[in-house]
Design a protein around this ligand. Structure first.
Ligand code: ADP
Length: 727
């Protein structure tokens, strides 16, 4: 699995960021303005429609007033006595006189059959037309109320006219109808009273949606019925608005109001493009200004971005120069911050220059010191498995050329006996060790050996993975030689001391041996006596010989102990199992135990534990401790006859404990007993424990004594276990 970091996505350029910033600032403002503008326009439109509707109402009211005033005037004329007297000539003259004042086109008198009796347009007595039975005549006749017609073509003038009729009532009965005709032109001024713009269209239509009057093209359109697409919306309610096309084909908003009195509808048409013109104008300006502002903003952003980019690009070279520790002159920069950064880069480059000079000087000093101290410096890259070593190291390890080194090259130089240890120590750096110190031998190509002390320290990455080991190697051959010489000298001194003591010991030895020798002699003499008899008691002789053998073995053991004590032999370390060591000691001491009627009880660890030790020396120690336990036990008048030997696995050590139930050790003497010549025994030498302790110390172990709670003493011996060898 590769642990490569994820490729970061390319961030946007300054140019793009600034452009987006400008757009982000301007576009929302424009949108808000547009919304406000549309809102304002909607309100304005509603206000305009309201105004227009009130204009339409005014037109309706004015038409109603016109019709009513004409009806009133006609009613006055209808009540004239001239008419009641049937003086039609005088009445004709009368209507002729008032016709102009009433703003009507003509006044007619019609009988109930529709015959025109008089007309202000014709001289009195002229033949006049017969009208058909019109709805207005029927209404006047039947209701006796004034009425108004729709537009129709006048029978006399052949022009479109409207008729306003009032009944002539005599004795409560309608006898005739007095009518006034009004031409569309007469009503047209009502439309202009509202002073609507010339582009608008105004008009009044009758109950059948025929045009009574119109602001434009009236002569052509008067009397024409509106098309169905206009009639339909107009018929729905008495006042409202809708959008459609005028008779000229222009898209407009129709605002209308219908009069209750006449049933006529006043209509005002506002051209659609005029209605939306303010909004379109405003939007046009808004868009134009927005585009200009956006263009200006983006131009500024691009100009600014160019300067920022130039400044940043100009800083690349000084930044790269920092790596080379070369301070470059200040480039041309457009911003104070960029200039400050450039100055900081210059300072960093100068600092690095100085630090490099100092570091190279200290490196030289270090190299000199390392050379003087015969120190070889090295680093090992654990990832790349690359090894770097100083020249002094190469000389130390006998590598003459400067070819790259591998771990195998290094291990090949290590003495075969130490190679495994070195390999294990080097491997420990891969598994969490933070440092190590080791000593090993190397074999130079010339054949001579060299002792090396090597110290390494491990460096870790941020994930706590070991990355590098750095360290020094030092030639310690002369120190090692001195240590060996010293050991040799110490051994000789010890030997001399022991030899010096031999004189003193001879007495003790004679005494020790005297007892078994005397026993052997008396036994042998007894055997001779038995054998000289005619019938020797052979079983008795056999027993005597057994005693002789036992005593002889005891004498041999005494001599062996003394030889072991004073013999001069080199420590022979080897891997031995704890079990075999204990077995060999038990074997040696078994006769003594039998002789003294003591029992040795063992409680041994079941594990197979291995020691790296001199078996003879350790036997010596254990024998001494067991013999002392036997002595302590036998000095007691009343004692148990059991000595106990326990072995346990404690940490990385083997612990052997020998307990007796003798008199124990006075607390003040617990430490003293290990000093040479301390003895409480009549024929003791007081050397056994001190020698035991020095042997145990030499094995890296510990020997100490303590009194048991229930009487007697226990001697504990702790020895390090041998390192587990690699398969
Ligand atoms: P030696 O046996 O010749 O006296 P050691 O050095 O072996 O010399 O013992 C020193 C002394 O330590 C002994 O004289 C004795 O007083 C004391 N000692 C050793 N072992 C025991 C023991 N198991 N119980 C009591 N005292 C002991």
């Amino acid at each position: 699995m590769t642990d490569r970091p994820a490729q970061p996505s390319t961030p946007p350029s300054v140019r793009r960021v600034l452009t987006l910033l400008v757009a982000a600032c301007i576009v929302p403002i424009v949108l808000v303005l547009a919304v406000l503008m549309i809102n304002f326009y909607r309100k304005e439109e509603a206000r305009l429609i309201d105004n227009t509707l009130s204009h339409a109402r005014h037109i309706s009211t004015a038409a109603d007033r016109e019709v009513r005033s004409t009806q009133l005037a006609l009613q006055v004329l209808a009540g004239s006595h001239l008419l009641q007297d049937r003086d039609l000539r005088a009445f004709h003259a009368r209507i002729g006189a008032v016709v102009d004042k009433l703003h009507v086109d003509s006044i007619l008198l019609i009988d109930l059959d529709g015959r025109i009796l008089l007309s202000s347009l014709r001289p009195y007595g002229s033949p006049l037309a017969q009208l058909s039975d019109t709805p207005l005549l029927q209404q006047t006749r039947n209701s006796g109320q004034p009425g108004v017609s729709g537009i129709f073509t006048g029978p006399l003038t052949r022009q479109p006219i409207i008729t306003i009729a009032v009944p002539v009532i005599e004795h409560g009965k309608v006898v005739m109808s007095l009518n006034a005709t009004v031409t569309p032109a007469t009503l047209q001024p009502l439309l202009f009273e509202q002073k609507t713009p010339d582009s608008w269209r105004a008009g009044i239509v009758d109950q059948q949606y025929r045009i009574i009057t119109r602001s434009h093209d009236m002569a052509k359109l008067a009397g024409q019925q509106l098309p169905a697409e206009l009639r339909q919306p107009l018929s729905r309610v008495n006042e409202s608005m809708f959008e459609s096309y005028t008779l000229e084909g222009r898209r407009s908003l129709f605002v209308y109001q219908r009069s209750e009195q006449t049933g006529w509808t006043s209509i005002l048409c506002i051209p659609h493009d005029e209605l939306t013109a303010p909004l379109r104008r405003s939007l046009f300006w808004l868009i134009t200004l927005s585009v200009i502002t956006l263009a200006l903003g983006i131009s500024c952003a691009l100009w600014l971005a160019r300067r920022v980019t130039r400044s940043i690009h100009a800083l690349i070279a000084p930044a790269l120069a920092v790596g080379q520790a070369v301070p470059l002159p200040l480039p041309r920069l457009y911003f104070r911050e960029a200039r400050e950064l450039a100055q900081a880069l210059q300072i960093a480059a100068r600092d690095l220059q100085r630090a490099r000079a100092e570091s190279s000087e200290s490196e030289q000093r270090l190299a000199l010191a390392a050379r003087a101290a015969h120190l070889g410096i090295w680093t090992r890259d654990l990832r790349q498995q690359h090894i770097w070593v100083s020249q002094a190291w190469r000389e130390l390890f006998g590598f003459s050329d400067s070819a790259p080194l591998t771990l195998e090259d290094l291990l090949a130089r290590v003495h075969p006996a130490d190679r495994q240890h070195v390999q294990r120590t080097l491997d420990s750096t891969l598994f969490g060790a933070t440092r190590y110190d080791m000593e090993f031998r190397i074999e130079l190509p010339s054949g001579c050996q060299r002792w090396i002390s090597s110290h390494g320290s491990v460096e870790f990455d941020r994930h706590q993975r070991p990355t590098l080991v750095r360290g020094v190697s030092l030639d310690i051959t002369s120190r090692k030689q001195a240590e060996l010489d010293l050991q040799q000298k110490q051994k000789e001194v010890t030997h001399l001391a022991r030899v010096a003591m031999l004189g003193e010991l001879s007495g003790a030895l004679a005494h020790e041996l005297n007892q078994p020798l005397t026993a052997i002699l008396s036994n042998a003499q007894a055997a001779q006596r038995f054998l000289s008899q005619p019938a020797p008691d052979l079983p008795e002789v056999q027993e005597i010989l057994n005693d002789i053998v036992t005593e002889d073995q005891r004498a041999g053991a005494i001599i062996a102990r003394l030889r072991a004590l004073f013999g001069k032999h080199d420590a022979q370390r080897q891997r031995i199992s704890a079990q075999s060591l204990i077995d060999s000691v038990l074997h040696l001491i078994s006769n003594d135990l039998i002789h003294q009627r003591l029992t040795l009880r063992t409680a041994l660890c079941a594990e197979t534990l291995t020691l790296e030790a001199d078996p003879v020396q350790l036997q010596q120690v254990l024998l001494n401790l067991l013999m002392n336990a036997c002595d302590a036990q036998s000095q007691q008048l009343e004692h148990s006859n059991v000595i106990e030997l326990r072995s346990t696995h404690v940490g990385h050590t083997l612990q052997l404990s020998i307990s007796d139930s003798g008199g124990g050790i006075p607390p003040a003497a617990l430490d003293q007993i290990f000093t040479p010549f301390y003895t409480t025994k009549a024929r003791g030498m007081g050397l056994g424990l001190s020698i035991c302790r020095s042997i145990v110390d030499a094995h890296g172990g510990r020997l100490w004594a303590e009194n048991n709670g229930h009487g007697g003493a226990t001697f504990h011996l702790r020895l390090p276990l041998a390192e587990v060898s690699q398969p």
